[in-house]
Structure formats: C-alpha cells, structure tokens
Design a protein around this ligand. Structure first.
Ligand SMILES: [Zn+2]
Ligand SMILES: [Zn+2]
Length: 347
C-alpha cells in the first residue's frame, strides 16, 4: 500500500492512497493542472485513479475537484451534506437579476478586499486554517465569482480560463456551464465502512466547522493508512479510529504562541482555537503521548499553518511526545508541506 501526499496545508490538500489494484485521491484542493503536475512529479499516474474522496467542502480541499473529476471521468465520494454544501458554495443565488448579482458581487468583493488588506497582508491569509466567518465569506464570494466568470465567458463564447487549461473532454456542453457537474457522485456516511476496489475505507466524523467533515482509515492486505486533518480536538471516536495505523497523516496545524502573537484578527484566532478549528502542535503531541498506540511506521504531520507554525516546531513537539518509541523501523515522524509533493511512502 502506498500514500503520496501531493500537498498539505491551508492553501491546498490532496493525497493519493494506492493498493495493488486500486487508487484513490483524497481531496483535490489545488487546481486540476497543479494536481496533475504534482502527480507526475511523484510518479503517480492520474489515469490510474479510480475515485476521488472528499473530507469536507472547504476550499483547500475541493478547489480542483470538478475540473479534475470531469477530466479523469471518475466518481466523487462525498457524504450527502458535504456534497450539498459544495453545490451550494458553487451555485450563485438567483433571486437577483444576473446583472444586479454581478454588480452586487463585485461591490462586496471590493469591500471585503479593502477590509481584509487593512488587517492582514493577503498572502498571509491562511484561509482554511482560519475557518472564520469573514474569511469563509470571502472564500465563498471568490468561488461564486469564479463560477460566474465561467458562466459569463461561456455566454460570450470564450472558454473559461480553467477549462481552457484543463479541458473537460467529452463533458456535455450543458455540463460545462454547470460548475457542480460531476461524472458520478457516490455517498458514504461517517461510521459506515465501504470499499473501493480492494481498499476498505472507514470514514470517521471529525469536529470541524464544515457541513459533515470526516477523516478516513484505508486498509488493504493488512496495511492500514489514515488521514486525520482539520479537527478542533481529538474526540473519542477519532482516537478509536486511529488504532493499528501503519501510516498516519495527522494534523499539527499551529503553534499556540505563534497563533496568539500572529497576524490573524482576534475572531479568527478564536475560531482556529475552537473545538471545530484545527489541532495545535500541543494537542497533537498530547494525543501522541497519551492515546497513540505507538504502532505506526510513519507519522506525517500535516496541515501545518504557514502563518502560525514552523515545521521544525511541529516536528519537535511530536518527537518529544513519541519519545523513546522512535526507531529505525517505527514511529518515524515526517512533515508534509504545501509547496511540493512528498516522496511516496510504501509499505
Ligand atoms: Zn477545513
Ligand atoms: Zn483544510
């Protein structure tokens, strides 16, 4: 079995899980083009992917989803509430006339942009890590703007930028105008295991500010790999799910002091710290020290905040928590980054 983290962090998440016969992509939070580029870099063949699984609808997990799924013509597995939330996010409200809506959107976008740049440099915005209402508003506005751009350019007969870069060959013309069109959608429920090919998948609920967020345990031929990022704390069901895991991708989002002293507005800090925000280095270390069974070959620390953390700090906290249990064969701790794919990890 193999795990290849293509990207991890608040600007995009995506991981390939592969068994002998089956390959799935968990989340598609970079553009289709970038996802394909990173798969090529990591030696993963996109044509071999059987499905895409989505943990939750935040932008850093779904930004390339529709284009990639259409291009590869593979099904997307969501929970039903996550699928609905994603569709809502991409569907502009239609109670206004089209021209009025465009106007309204532009004015709101400008107002938000002004308000935001007044407090934080835009490149410092750790969008998903914030989860804050105001940033979600910006994010959903920009998604809606992108959707509208696509529709507008379709109306004028010019291809939308992303589709020009990543054409959805074979998609019906009507589907191209619908940003929520997917070749196939399958629903699963957290707590109810299912299979894709020879991979058994156990989705578990995570505490996070999304419609129906989840993590996954993947098992094939006795090897178990898990993804647990985007969670505000470690509830009993997640602790229970993360037993006997051979490769664990685990969130270590922020350093508490860096977050406290960092650039986020107070409300955003509160949200990140909340029970539906993200795991701090300390919270991750506490799990590793007290609840983790010590049986993993690899622990990959992920969703490390660019603004409020340093991979070296995350690594130090986790290694201290694991303490004497680190060996050449077990409990190796790695960090996943935003900028480049990791080396595939095979067991
Ligand atoms: Zn999230
Ligand atoms: Zn995220």
């Amino acid at each position: 079995m193999r795990m290849t983290v293509l990207a991890s962090g608040s600007k995009g998440n995506s991981t390939v899980i592969a068994s002998e016969r089956t390959r799935v992509l968990v989340d598609a939070g970079l553009s289709c083009r970038e996802l394909l580029r990173r798969m090529a870099l990591a030696g993963e063949d996109p044509a071999q992917l059987n499905a895409i699984l989505i943990t939750h609808e935040h932008h850093d997990h779904v930004d390339g989803l529709a284009v990639l799924a259409r291009r590869l013509r593979i099904p997307v597995f969501f929970t039903e509430p996550t699928h609905r939330a994603w569709v809502r996010m991409l569907t502009p409200r239609t109670t206004m006339t089209y021209a009025k809506w465009l106007n309204h959107l532009q004015r709101e976008k400008e107002a938000r942009a002004t308000a935001t740049t007044a407090t934080i440099p835009s490149q410092e915005l750790d969008l998903a890590a914030t989860g804050a209402a105001e940033f979600e508003a910006i994010a959903s506005l920009s998604a809606e703007a992108a959707t509208l751009d696509a529709q507008v350019t379709h109306l004028t007969g010019e291809p939308a930028l992303e589709e020009e870069e990543e054409p959805c060959d074979g998609a019906p013309v009507a589907a191209k105008a619908d940003p929520t069109y997917l070749p196939a959608v399958e629903y699963f429920r957290p707590g109810t295991p299912f299979s894709i090919g020879d991979i058994d998948i156990a989705p578990f609920t995570t505490p996070h500010d999304a419609a129906d967020p989840c993590g996954f345990v993947f098992e094939s031929e006795g090897i178990r790999m898990a993804i647990a990022t985007d969670l505000g704390y470690m509830p009993p069901n997640v602790k229970a799910a993360l037993k006997r895991i051979d490769v664990l991708l685990l969130e270590s989002n922020h350093d508490l002091e860096m977050l406290r002293d960092g650039p986020y507005p107070w409300s955003v800090k509160q949200r990140v710290l909340s029970r539906v925000g993200h795991l701090s280095n300390d919270a991750t270390a506490e799990f590793l020290a007290r609840d983790y069974d010590g049986g993993s070959a690899y622990i990959i620390l992920g969703h490390i905040s660019a603004s409020n953390n340093d991979p070296a700090l995350a690594l130090l906290a986790a290694e201290q928590a694991i303490g004497g249990r680190m060996t050449l064969l077990g409990n190796r701790v790695l960090t996943a980054g935003q900028a480049a794919p990791m080396e595939p990890i095979s067991l």
